[in-house]
Design a protein around this ligand. Sequence first.
Ligand code: IVH
Length: 687
Amino acid sequence: MDRAQAAKELERLAKLIAHHDYQYFTLANPEITDEQYDALRRQNQELEAQFPDLRRLDSPSLRIGSPVSSQFDKVKHRKPMLSLDNVFNEREFVDFEKRLKRFIKMPENAEIFMLAEPKIDGLSASLHYQDGQFVLGATRGDGQEGENITANLRTVRDLPLRLLSEEAPKNLEVRGEVYMKITDFEAINEQRRKQNEQVFANPRNAAAGSLRQLDSTITAERPLHFFAYYAQDLEGNIAETQEELLQKLQSWGFVVNPFHKLCKANIEMMRYYQEMENARDTLNYEIDGLVFKVNDLHLQERLGVVGRSPRHSIAFKFAAEQAETIVEDIILQVGRTGVITPVAVLRPVIVGGVTVSRATLHNEEEIRRKDVRIQDSVIVQRAGDVIPQVVRVLTSKRPNDSKVYHFTERCPCCNSLLHQTPGQVAKRCLNGFGCEDQAIQRLIHFVGREALNIDGLGEKHVAKFYALGLVATPADIFSLEERNKASSEPLEKWEGWGKQSAQNLWDAINKVRELSLDKLIYALGIPQVGQTTAKLLAKHFSTFERFLEALLKAHQNNLAVHKELMHIEGIGHGMARDIVDFFEQKHNLQMVESLLKHINVIPYEENNNLLLSGKTVVFTGSLEHISRSEAKAQAEKLGAKVGSAVSSHTTFVVAGKDAGQKLKAANDLGIKILDEEAWQEMVSTAR
Ligand code: IVH
């Protein structure tokens, strides 16, 4: 056989084997015998051995995994991978529906079609197909950027390596959930127990652990599965509705969850929710609720995104599962921000299929309110991946000699006096990096995926560097390489390290010496300041100097700083106080100052390339076709600021019906005025 023939034959085999994989793994309806199937695989393998460079990206031989890689590459998502907002009861669900309708100016009593899908408790993954071939697969990561786990995903049997239909888009991205079946999870744990290995806490962790193997032959041995629920064609539209999209996915060879259902009215949604909650225990995979998605994809587009969640979809969570057990002890944990959390150590009990041996008691007040004591019988519950909780004490079963639990006055780790901010329930250790438990967690947060994202510096390494006195604060990370050079026991000689891996670590550290302002603010680990707030602060202060200058004032006139922070939309009273408090701690300031000697903070930059970047728009009067919030969202998406009053800084005013004062002001100031139609035209040309 010559090269051209071999290439043709390999293509034929890839297609044929893909077809039989689908019949066997997905439809459980094999058309050929195992022997015939093995023969095809062998033919493929032999041909690849003859022509190694002709091995295809969608070759069936890649299903068994490929040799170890040293780390995962980063993959920037074409569109962010968002998360879903949750609701927990009918009232909240109805509120969600109302919000939706208000946003698109739909009458409240009109019905909106929603597609209900089970919310699979697994890990989301993004798959890229080019000309029908699976070419790239990534984890969600921080939503913006994930990790390239293509080799591992190739081993997932019900994920097509090539699409079954020639009509599929040439440039396709599919997203869905990787999960492990409960019976497989149990079998793996059984085996691990026998071999004295640590067991997985739940199927989700087992799936995550399997997917993050650097050696994909290990992943190949773990039975992972995939449900597809989203697709985008980079050149056009795939479908009109979510329901049609799922049909398309299926026709291309993906497995979509069979329990999706189009609901045409609220009553149907509630009924289906009940039905699935009852059916939940009969499924061989974990689901923790239903996802309701606006079925019309054009409406989805219009609804857009708030923060990190789309407006068009919601996770309606199931009620938590419960069980009875005994509190064997109460221990105290020191969190990253110094908050002391009491934890109940439980006699192990199975809750919703998973063994639970600890539950959070939240805080002192909660213990007092529930009067939880050591040796009490309690009801515990767990919901999805939420930490298990103690619901209530069964006081009738309480032993006679039990004693009320008293909360400590001192930090269980560093023994410093605990502090309680008036009005807050939490007790806190303010010792910061001086408290070992906090220091380690703050360092882990600092280098973690969503903060500096230093590859190769995992939790274990941080803990070890800390224990050896090599890294006590963030600044130490950046002087590590220098000190290592002078060390008699350099890192490259440690067990588990070598020249290359040590060099990789220095490279990874050096790469983040240039750091964007929002990342830095987030990485500092200020209580309550997550990524969204960090962005707001970065946007408001634009440079670190300005940010720090404002907060240094916290020492002199903390009210003014507090007020300035509260003026930033999205920052409330409690948050502002936590930010000010953080910088009032001298040791935090010192930590930041020494850190700044090693890094270069890049000022916050807005995307200036959008149609309305740097412009200010004011809406007035009532708009006919869209709600005010949608108009505002449209403007912000195009980079504009939305003003509330007309001034000389206003770029133009969009005037709806019955516009009054603001329209007049705009006329007086000679500011450009658009009507609703002109505005919509501007929005649509910008698409
Ligand atoms: S839609 C906006 N559909 O839930 C995100 N997500 O909190 C679009 N998930 O990261 C996701 N089952 O990992 C969607 N049927 C389903 C899902 C589902 C599970 C997960 C997914 C996502 C998380 C959102």
